[in-house]
Design a protein around this ligand. Structure first.
Ligand SMILES: [Zn+2]
Length: 157
């Protein structure tokens, strides 16, 4: 699929078809050692971020598993250069069709669960900025600056 290249070129860990003008419910996601190695190890651990192979999901249906959530900074290729904290479910299940048209089910937790929620939101026209903790919105250059007063702490809740 050529538009997996759009995701890799940026590079991002996920992309939804509407982001590149394709009006279909398709998401692609992938996280690899090389990207993960760019972040501090303790951050990856806190976010439960581990590599996984390319996933292509057609007509994904997302369901939360449990009520645990995690609050971390995330970004988006469609809101390039910015980041904000977003609360996401810690564990989700996604059912859909794979690139071969056969049913697939993905059980995800941690960072992969966050990516799936972010990408499925795109299919409904929702961006992370619609769900973010507004006072944490910042440029990526300012990512490490302290949080404003009254902001919740990052982590699993
Ligand atoms: Zn996005």
């Amino acid at each position: 699929m050529t538009w997996c290249r759009s995701m890799r070129r940026r590079p991002g860990v996920g992309l939804a078809a509407p982001q590149i003008g394709i009006p279909l419910k398709i998401i692609v996601l992938e996280d690899i050692k090389e990207y993960i190695a760019q972040a501090p190890e303790e951050e990856n651990k806190a976010q439960d971020r581990r590599p996984f192979d390319l996933l292509v999901i057609l007509n994904p249906k997302l369901k939360k598993k449990g009520n645990k959530t995690a609050l971390f900074f995330e970004g988006c290729l469609s809101v390039n250069g910015y980041s904000a904290m977003v609360e996401r479910f810690l564990e989700v299940e996604v059912n859909g069709l794979g690139r071969d048209g056969k049913p697939i089910k993905v059980d995800a937790c941690g960072w992969q669960a966050r990516i799936l929620q972010h990408e499925c939101d795109h299919l409904e026209g929702t961006l992370y900025v619609d769900k973010m903790v507004k006072r944490t919105f910042r440029t990526v250059e300012n990512l490490d600056l302290p949080l404003a007063n009254g902001c919740p702490k990052q982590g699993v809740r």
